[in-house]
Write a protein that binds this ligand. Structure first.
Ligand SMILES: O=c1ccn([C@@H]2O[C@H](COP(=O)(O)O)[C@@H](O)[C@H]2O)c(=O)[nH]1
Length: 236
């Protein structure tokens, strides 16, 4: 689905970074019809949250399973094959060529789409250098995006500030999914490459991932709807 075809409301992916399935289901009920797309990451998945993927899919919601897989190729392929049965729309893997190739092989014949995590949005150039990388964030993101495209990956996770450049490189066939979203006035927390929802959409992001600013808000539904309104405004 290209950027123009995704409804503004469906571009917000709320991260269910909550301690257990009960808390996550309570949040989903609170958000009601407003939110159509959810992300399940480490915290919830490792606290018994995986069955929620199918439950949410049965309710007509889409699920982004943010497991950021990275292992030897055979293990990644087999893991992804198991995950294809859960009913998720997106699955993340780290953007290493062996891992990307193995994940694409594992999802063959299913509707699961693989997203390559280029460089985590909590990293800046100094963090990459401290981890032993020679390249800075923008160069590494670009190199990994090009590798992902060649290997047939379906989309990229990047910071909103990279979306414009990546769109020029990969065109409209790959989804650009951006965490690091902060409505004006929200605390950045541990995120280092951030943008507001409106600016992220204007930069070319297809989907925005937002967790703490929504799930920790006094009124999560009103916060989610305000983000969706900002998305719609940026698309006009
Ligand atoms: O580069 C990345 C990849 C994944 N994430 C995940 O997105 C959410 C963001 O949460 P906030 O509370 O809105 O900061 C979180 O689940 C991360 O694991 C990311 O932030 N950056």
């Amino acid at each position: 689905m290209t950027q123009a075809e995704i409804a503004p409301r469906d571009r917000l992916i709320v991260g269910l970074d909550l301690p257990n399935p009960e808390a996550a289901e309570a949040m989903v009920n609170r958000l009601g019809d407003s939110v159509t797309f959810y992300k399940i990451g480490y915290r919830l998945a490792y606290a018994g949250g995986l069955p929620l993927v199918g439950k949410l899919a049965d309710q007509g919601k889409k699920v982004f399973l943010d497991l950021k897989l990275h292992d030897i190729g055979n293990t990644v392929t087999q893991g992804v094959q198991s995950i294809t049965k859960l009913g998720a729309t997106f699955l993340t893997v780290h953007a290493y060529p062996q891992t990307l190739k193995a994940a694409v092989e594992g999802r063959t014949g299913s509707s699961l789409r693989i997203l390559a995590v280029t460089v985590l949005t909590s990293y800046n150039d100094d963090d990459l250098h401290a981890a032993g990388y020679r390249l800075g964030v923008s160069e590494l993101v670009e190199a990994r995006a090009q590798q992902a495209q060649v290997l047939g990956v379906d989309g990229l996770v990047c910071a909103p500030e990279e979306a414009g450049n990546l769109r020029k490189i990969v065109g409209h066939q790959m989804n650009l999914v951006t965490p690091g979203i902060r409505p004006a006035g929200s605390a950045a927390g541990d995120q280092k490459r951030i943008m507001t929802p409106g600016r992220a959409i204007a930069a070319g992001a297809d989907y925005l991932v937002v967790a703490r600013p929504v799930v920790e808000a006094a009124d999560p539904k009103a916060t989610a709807e305000a983000i969706q309104a900002e998305i719609a405004q940026a698309l006009t």
